[in-house]
Design a protein around this ligand. Sequence first.
Ligand SMILES: Cc1ncc(COP(=O)(O)O)c(C=O)c1O
Length: 369
Amino acid sequence: MERGRLFRYDCHDGTPSATARFERDFAAALGARYAVAVNSCSSGLFLSLLACGVQPGDEVLVPAFTFIAVPSAVVHAQASPVLVDTTDDYAIDLDDLVAKITPRTRALLLSYMRGYVPDLDRVVEICRERGITLVEDVAHGLGQRWDGTSLGRFGRAAAFSFQSYKLLDGGEGGMVVTDDREVALRVILYAGCYDRNWQWHFVTDDDRAWLAAHINTVPAYAMRMSNLTAAALLPQVPCIEPRVTQLGERFERFTGRLDGAPLRIPSHPPKLSPVRDSFQCEVALDEAGRARFVDACVAKGLPLGIFGLDPSNSRCFWNWSFARFDDCPRTRDLLMRTADMPLPLWLDDSILDYFADAIHASLAEAGAA
Ligand SMILES: Cc1ncc(COP(=O)(O)O)c(C=O)c1O
């Protein structure tokens, strides 16, 4: 703000922009060749699909347990989202995935909703064998690793979110991460690089030559990140690991205090190191009892709800009426019985202890054994 250069391409004094520096640091943190900053993860998903060659009319597989933004990115790319059902472990059902592949299937947009991850070794194998492009939605997966490798490093491209409820908070913002040179350079162009502004990216001379040769050959959608956003995010990059550790310790404390409660708290596969910034559980009550439980929690000030009981919940596929979606009965069933609550870092231990005690009391009030 002191320099008065809020636009990422306003670098005419030769100083790299905050946005370019954030891209460089984020790519290094992920061990990726390229990171391209955009104005949201939704934009990142849309541009990744375009850059990976998804065409109007293609089918893109999407987990049925996800946020509205994910099928929306597919619709934005003029492709058709095809929902894939969910396992009892909250991950995409890989048998249903295979069953839903058709000759029109171009990509799998794999969303790690609430940090739940399928057997990624198998996902990668299925995509390779069936010629399907894997694009990862890592909005909820920053800091997570599968068998030691960061999420976002398995697909041809991956998009991250920096909207305020995410691990790094830029208010809004997103990042596309990829090792694929042409995908990265196309995302730079689609995101709104114009004139000779490719010179302000940290890319190689060869990349600059490619960009110079391809400028104005694809639409420029003005989905760039602002330097204001990048300035907020840049100092947070070294915070990824400490925040992950802190979230894990708090989650242990919180769930330890819930020991003995009549709840099922979903577990993760052994290969996953999760990031615990939210809490899900299944309550051993019928639908009316679950509603009583939620009401009792809300009355005590908890930000807890059951996905499927809220008709405006944007994570329930049956509430999306902007496209045609086939039913996914196991996802529907899971969402009708799963309680969900954010556990952001700013909640201190005393609040978390209060939340756990309030859950015990609410279960008793709702009649759970
Ligand atoms: C699972 C999931 N994917 C993608 C997005 C899109 O993120 P953004 O708001 O940065 O576009 C969200 C947003 O919260 C999300 O929850």
